[in-house]
Design a protein around this ligand. Structure first.
Ligand code: CA
Ligand code: CA
Length: 314
């Protein structure tokens, strides 16, 4: 639109001024132009953190009976940035915290008490086991304390059989032609014997000389008989622990003393005097017997023979 002004043509100029005024008034009230004016005008001051916060209002959680306070949902800084507030626990959270702390204290007390009781029970059990062992509760195959204490109390309990010495050890030949002794009976009997406070056990033979000495003593015994091929005697060897592994009785009464034969082969050069073809585990033969001629065989531990040899610890 073009407004033409002319000072020399009547009131054309005055009409133009009135028309301009009218256009300005319309434009001022037009929403679009009014919006532009609002945008271009300075922004009103925003609420900042320095201003007093609006009063909080409470929100109650019916499930936990806990109330929450909701601060102003939006804090705007002076530079225009803003922070979105989140729900915060209200003052009524304190009882909840105290309750949780109490529960934790009880749980910690329970756990510590349980641990202490278990530890004390463990210590008492260990002490009781040690006392039982010292009293000989382990039996003939338990700790040898029982048998040593027994020997110390009995002194010399040879039950009348002669004691002889060889190679620094002491021995007995026990039995007679009339006796019927299993290997187990002989083993228990030997354990019950004492000589000068030392515990006896079925004899261990480590050399041909020692073997010959025992055969000679057997034949010289007053109860010995050569009838039926002669009497036999039990020795302190067995493969009760592991079939085919022959061991002497240990000093503490276990069956797992020194190994002298393994897989029918002398173990590390150890002495043995097994008869040819023995040991053969014929049926179930786990105990060592000396025949009248001094040769060894494996035989059933529950067969009965006339003699056994006792050897005392050094
Ligand atoms: Ca055997
Ligand atoms: Ca045999």
């Amino acid at each position: 639109m073009c407004v033409r002004r002319s000072d020399g043509v009547g009131n054309v100029g005055g009409m133009n001024d009135q028309f301009s005024t009218l256009l300005l008034a319309v434009a001022t009230e037009t929403p679009i132009l009014n919006l532009r004016r609002r945008i271009l005008s300075p922004a009103p001051p925003l609420r900042t953190r320095s201003r007093p916060q609006p009063s909080n209002h409470l929100i109650m959680d019916p499930r936990t009976a806990t109330d929450y306070s909701l601060a102003s949902p939006l804090d705007v800084d002076e530079d225009g940035s803003f922070t979105i507030n989140q729900l915060k626990r209200g003052s009524s959270d304190a009882p909840f915290e105290r309750f949780s702390e109490t529960v934790r204290e009880y749980v910690a007390l329970f756990l510590s008490s349980t641990f202490l009781i278990a530890f004390m029970a463990f210590v008492i059990a260990i002490c009781a086991m040690d006392k039982v062992n010292k009293m000989g509760g382990g039996g003939p195959h338990g700790p040898d304390d029982h048998w040593k204490m027994r020997c110390q109390n009995l002194g010399t309990a040879t039950y009348g059989d002669d004691v002889f010495s060889y190679g620094g050890h002491h021995y007995q030949v026990v039995g007679g032609h009339w006796a019927k002794l299993t290997w187990r009976m002989a083993e228990m009997d030997a354990w019950s014997r004492c000589y000068k406070g030392k515990v006896g056990k079925l004899a261990m033979v480590n050399s041909a000389e020692e073997n010959e000495m025992l055969v000679a003593k057997l034949h010289a015994h007053g109860g010995y008989s050569s009838v039926g091929g002669g009497d036999a005697a039990w020795l302190g060897g067995a493969d009760l622990e592991t079939e085919g592994t022959w061991q002497w009785l240990g000093d503490s009464g276990s069956y797992a003393g020194e190994t002298f034969l393994k897989g029918n082969v002398p173990y590390k050069g150890a002495y043995n005097n097994f008869r040819a073809g023995e040991p053969n585990n014929n049926g179930e033969e786990d105990c060592l017997k000396m025949d009248p001629d001094g040769q060894w065989v494996d035989d059933s531990c529950y067969k009965q023979y006339q003699y056994f040899f006792v050897e005392f610890e050094k």
